[in-house]
Design a protein around this ligand. Sequence first.
Ligand SMILES: Nc1ncnc2c1ncn2[C@@H]1O[C@H](COP(=O)(O)OP(=O)(O)OP(=O)(O)O)[C@@H](O)[C@H]1O
Length: 239
Amino acid sequence: MTSAIEVQDLVVERGKRRVLHGLTCMIPRGSVTGLLGPSGSGKTTLMRAVVGVQVVRSGSIMVLGEPAGAAPLRRKVGYLTQAPSVYADLTVRENARYFAALSGYDAATAERAVADVGLADAASQLVATLSGGQRSRASLACAILGEPELLVLDEPTVGQDPVLRDELWKQFHDLAGKGTTILVSSHVMDEAGRCERLLLIREGALIADDTPAAVRESAGTDDLDEAFLRLIRAQEVTA
Ligand SMILES: Nc1ncnc2c1ncn2[C@@H]1O[C@H](COP(=O)(O)OP(=O)(O)OP(=O)(O)O)[C@@H](O)[C@H]1O
């Protein structure tokens, strides 16, 4: 099987609002796929559905050949939420070791994940005393433990400086090179160009599912920001 995620006619309602409107997409294995769209367009909702923590109204989501959220996926899927999900009163290392132990990984695996996110020097620092960017990297370390088969990353580079962002993107590609499928959301269009595939989402519907090059070509511009705007306008005209 070549697809890591298959979403079919997904409808999600949150509160009284329909947030995803029959969304269908397929994400290939071993790829870095960017999920881009305006604030409130449904990116987090789609990611939550993929990791199996979102109640869905209808449709289906298969992840690594299993229904999203199925027990065998627990060790195979890493999820980085937007809000840091580490314990403030533990050190970076203690957090990594704790989450490693929960999944049956050893201390060396925890140490490697901490180093991979550039926090080796802050490993013995309490999370409460970290900067915002460091804190989200501490969460990222816990998400990448054991190199899961699928990594779902909700805005992992927010609050990071350009050098770190660059390093994190290189690391995502390294992981993908080793076979990990990465679904990563971002608001930042210059990050879209770093993805192998793009899902552009607006108001809960897909407006593009293609490579960055194909998105640029179909919109007739090299600028992905402009391409996104043109695709939105084209969709408004046909709607
Ligand atoms: N718990 C909730 N109850 C009701 N509505 C919600 C809830 N969570 C999200 N929504 C709504 O669902 C829609 C999609 O939200 P979602 O968080 O998926 O967007 P997003 O694209 O990830 O946004 P952002 O880029 O700002 O994080 C928004 O209109 C939001 O207000």
